[in-house]
Design a protein around this ligand. Sequence first.
Ligand code: G3H
Length: 530
Amino acid sequence: MDTTFREIPNEFSIKELKHQKEYLIGGSLINWEGETTNVYSTISSTATYEPTLLGSIPNLGEKEAQNALNAALRAYDRGQGLWPTMKVEQRINCMEKFVKQMITKRDEIVKLLMWEIGKTLPDSEKEFDRTLDYIYDTIEEYKQMDRDSAKFEKNSGVYAHIRRGPLGVVLCLGPYNYPLNETFALLIPAIIMGNTTIFKPAKHGVLLLSPLLEAFQNSFPAGVVNIIYGRGRVLATPIMKTGKVDVLALIGNSKSANAIQANHPFKNRLRLVLGLEAKNPAIVLPDADLDLAISECITGATSFNGQRCTALKILYVHEHILDKFMKRFTEKVDALKFGNPWEKDVKLTPLPEPEKPAYIQELIDDALAKGAEIKNENGGKTTQNYIFPAVLYPVTKDMRVYEEEQFGPVIPVISFKNIQEPLDDMAASNYGQQVSVFGSDVKTLAPLIDTLVNLVCRVNLNSAAQRGPDVYPFTGRKDSAVATLSVHDALRSFSIRTFVASKDTEYNKAILNELLAKKSSNFISTDYIL
Ligand code: G3H
């Protein structure tokens, strides 16, 4: 692992600190005079290692959390607010206004993504562009949904005009590994469906949202989007305790999701949209195309240093091909280039959590003490901000790395004789998001696929696990998710079916006709949004 310090190129160096002073509540950018928290990057700007100071963010307290909730409640106004009663087309116009401004912030946001969370330049650009596409696709999908509901149905003498309506106030908490994309994959559908929101950025990847604060402020009515900064527990706990949050939208881990929702006094009133942790396995069968399996397992286990909920976090390799697989796999892992995010061809980058290398080291030490070995030469080599991925074999069930979602650079490998072994492990696992299967014999694959689809929610045939394309359902079983996200499903997850019913009488027909002709209701409408 080449760890020699390389100068930060001028275009990527930090020229001035970003002190985020303002937070957004009730349509106002409020200046914060209180305590702040410094934001550091684990990337060093000097030859002697030192984290780089990027700026600071407000450290808001319970009072500001309560103010944000009150602003969201006022904007929703028990369903009577401007936003939840607005015509769909007008809500879409607001979103388009927002996205036009967002495009202009690409370079600034991409640079902050690299510094704040260490994501490579191509992946940071992809995160930004993918998020834009997500917003455009959401707008198109919502138009289609609206067109599909622009009608009356009639059954048993009752007319029905059925649409989807908002749920109320959404508390939105995103993850640090996709601080823009995954957060917006919650926030955008929640907003566009007519809900009002309180959004608290993740622990890392916070400053990159600053360039968007004004766009949020000027695109949506006051109180529709409230953005607060500080510690999750300090801010989310009092908000939830009021019982006034209708939806908890969180991408993170089940422990924090459970702790936050436990504060809500009326459990049945709280909707959950949760993307949680996973331990996605790869299963490499004896007849797999090894080159393909190895390259996909490398991508799956190491892209963004394994800090993806969809990452391959444990590899099951059939014993007949284990030696061949391990030799080529470990060589390829060792060949991965480590460096700063803007460096050419770099695949492994500094970890944004300062404590992560020590945690991964603990997992390695525990595995070694229980009989595993590090199979690659560079495995476990450490710097101040990195630990090179160790390929651990043989991994057994008593090891922490078998049980815990490592969310970082370490690759546990298990060999198997009978396919029932990984299937039993998956059935016993707390997680059920995705699996990758590598093989070609249809006789083996067919029954395997038929079982795997019941253990997880996406079976990747001869490819790494991933969320995208974002139009496909993203969900999981057991502790891996609650509700489904995709461009279409997210609009459903943040809304509820609600309708106007009327008996087929001349009296009602005259009223409905007049409502339609005068276009006086924002809900009852047979207009098509083109
Ligand atoms: O952290 C989980 C993300 O949803 C993963 O998305 O598979 O596109 O990297 P991805």
